[in-house]
Design a protein around this ligand. Structure first.
Ligand code: NAD
Length: 261
């Protein structure tokens, strides 16, 4: 039997998808035929324009729904407002870097809320819809930092390790149903989140942009290349395919060999 990836008739909700990896995933799912619901906390014309562009280019239905993923009730409202959620991509995330004694408690709380608790709330709201539809995919975007640690990123690493565990639990609770739950663990991807860290790091180490990229950012990424948002989209689309129906409860690294070290 040949496996093709045709997601027409499915609706994908992607949290934190007005830029970066979430947006890349939305494009790839739309190219595979899924209707997509984009999200972030803002409600600007340009957010809605991104959805219109995806709809125009791919022919799917694309909507933008504002909801703040730091608030549990808004996470659940995102799913109910979407009305259908066959594919749930928990992608929204923020970062803060500081040693543990200096780590602001409010930053800890925000990172745990956006990067981890939001996925609990959206999954809780989406699973009944998937069960009613008789099919579902939950894909959580963690990080190489969901499997390994680095100093000064305590909240991010705790949240990303946590979401790997949440995915496993979701997989076990749905194991006998046509629903899978997995984590994708990207290495460094050149998104606005990463791009914004380059100027400060150049100043801090008195380095050129090229040196920061090669010797700081990609130091632990053996391929010495950024992964791309299209690769995250392609991996996501594969996990939605029939070929991946028995892949559940796993963490897939897309990290140029980082976690092989
Ligand atoms: P990004 O800043 O481009 O995207 C983050 C998204 O989350 C944005 O759409 C932003 O609007 C949204 N967001 C932030 N706070 C939100 C909130 N309160 N409510 C709703 N949406 C919110 O960054 P990215 O690099 O694309 O990151 C996406 C995910 O990938 C994150 O979970 C990040 O931890 C993870 N990741 C990124 C990399 C990388 O190298 N870029 C590596 C590993 C993991």
């Amino acid at each position: 039997m040949a496996y093709t990836i045709d997601l027409s008739g499915k609706t994908a909700v992607i949290t934190g998808s007005n830029s970066g990896i979430g947006l890349g995933i939305a494009w790839e799912l739309a190219r595979a035929g899924a209707d997509v619901v984009l999200n972030s906390f803002s409600d600007r014309d340009e957010d809605h324009a991104i959805a219109a562009e995806i709809a125009g280019e791919t022919g799917v239905t694309a909507r933008y729904i504002q909801a703040d993923m730091s608030k549990g009730d808004q996470c659940r409202r995102l799913i109910t407002d979407a009305r259908q959620c066959d594919i749930l991509i928990n992608n929204a995330g923020i970062q803060h870097v500081a040693a543990i004694p200096d780590f602001p408690a409010e930053k800890w709380d925000a990172i745990i809320a956006i990067n981890l608790s939001s996925a609990f709330h959206t999954t809780a709201a989406a699973l009944p819809m998937m069960r009613a539809a008789g099919w579902g995919r939950v894909i959580n975007i963690a990080s190489a930092h969901g499997l390994t640690a680095s100093p000064y990123k305590s909240a991010y690493i705790a949240a990303k390790h946590g979401i790997v565990g949440l995915s496993k639990t979701t997989a076990l609770e749905t194991a006998e149903e046509p629903i899978t739950a997995n984590t994708i663990c990207p290495g460094y991807v050149l998104t606005p989140l990463v791009e914004s860290q380059i100027p400060d790091t150049m100043k801090e180490y008195d380095m050129s942009r090229e040196d920061v990229i090669k010797n700081v950012m990609l130091k632990r990424q053996p391929s010495k290349e950024f992964a791309t948002v299209e690769q995250m989209g392609g991996t996501t689309t594969f996990l939605c395919s029939d070929a991946a129906a028995q892949i559940t409860g796993t963490a897939i690294s897309v990290d140029g060999g980082w976690t092989a070290l």
